[in-house]
Design a protein around this ligand. Structure first.
Ligand code: MN
Length: 315
């Protein structure tokens, strides 16, 4: 994914953590992704920009199509973050400047660690099922990893566990006794929670983590309160479990982690600490330095927007 806003804002993301369990609902907004695909962007929100290391959460689809290419994000750069791509239905083809080309479908995870810099494209492949539904999240890399080497990993299968009526697939980090093989650089959890029957569930949580929930489809109630589909629910820290009532067909994303502890700057597709780093990454992209080329993508790469370097007021 890429931020396609022609005038992206420079935002400071403070690790502002509730010290107790809370339930705060933040509205999700619609953003355009190119190719005619609109996405529901749950993070960053101007009042809630980090949940653990998670700093970005896009939900795309569900979409059905017979012709065209609903996802077509040309080559663009990233620094200082990981992209975590999880597909619910359909296919996405990833290509990057390390030479990786990876089709992703339901059940697999694509994890790209940008470090000091990588470029990638993401598109609907020529042969497809005519469906597209998924999420892409970003994690902020901590100080000791954010300038390291770029990497791309594909995990064809992930661990899963049952908690009452809930099935949890673990994308990142740990949940209960399950541990994801995906490379993470700070204490984290990312999981898909689903239900194929009505029922209830107690999902164990790490009390030292802050957490958030996003309803993807179906219906559920958290501690007796129905979850709305267009809200990100921030849950604070200190929770030992999620107490859920589930309806068959439910799908939720659970994200969390240790409070990140560092304030980050986000602009366009970059996560950094100082405006100078963002300006340098931008000019490196424009001058075709640092990031390499996605040589197998047919089409132009994305041009960087102008960088003003002024923090969004109230940021
Ligand atoms: Mn991207």
């Amino acid at each position: 994914m890429s931020n396609l806003n022609p005038k992206p804002e420079l935002v400071e993301c403070k690790s502002g953590t509730a010290e107790t369990p809370v339930i705060e609902a933040y509205p999700v907004r619609t953003a355009e992704l190119g190719g005619g695909l609109s996405v529901q962007r749950a993070l960053p929100h101007h009042e809630r920009r980090l949940v653990g290391p998670w700093c970005f959460l896009d939900h795309f689809g569900p979409a059905s199509f017979k012709t065209g290419k609903p996802m077509d994000v040309p080559p663009h750069p990233h620094i200082g973050l990981q992209t975590v791509t999880w597909i619910i239905a359909g296919e996405v083809l990833h290509k990057d400047s390390l030479g990786n080309e990876q089709l992703i479908r339901r059940g697999a995870l694509n994890l790209m660690t940008a470090g000091n810099g990588i470029a990638h494209s993401e598109e609907t492949p020529p042969r497809h099922s005519g469906r597209l539904h998924g999420v892409q999240l970003w994690t902020a890399l901590p100080a000791d990893r954010r300038k390291g080497a770029a990497a791309f990993d594909h995990y064809p299968a992930l661990p899963a566990a049952g908690f009452g009526a809930c099935r949890a697939v673990l994308l990142m980090g740990s949940l209960g006794a399950q541990h994801s093989p995906a490379a993470a650089y700070s204490p984290i959890v990312g999981a898909e929670l689903s239900a194929e029957r009505d029922g209830s569930a107690e999902v164990p949580l790490e009390p030292a983590f802050e957490h958030a929930l996003l309803l993807i489809e179906g219906s559920a109630a958290l501690e007796g309160e129905a979850l709305a589909p267009d809200r990100l629910y921030y849950l604070g820290v200190g929770r030992e479990r999620l107490t859920l009532a589930l309806r068959s067909g439910l799908r939720l994303m659970l994200i969390g982690g240790a409070p990140f502890g560092e304030s980050i700057l986000m602009w366009w597709n970059f996560v950094a600490r100082a405006p100078e780093e963002i300006a340098e990454a931008r000019s490196d992209w424009e001058a075709r330095r640092r990031f390499g080329e996605v040589s197998t993508y047919s089409g132009e790469r994305l041009a960087a927007p102008a960088f003003v370097g002024r923090l969004k007021p109230g940021g």
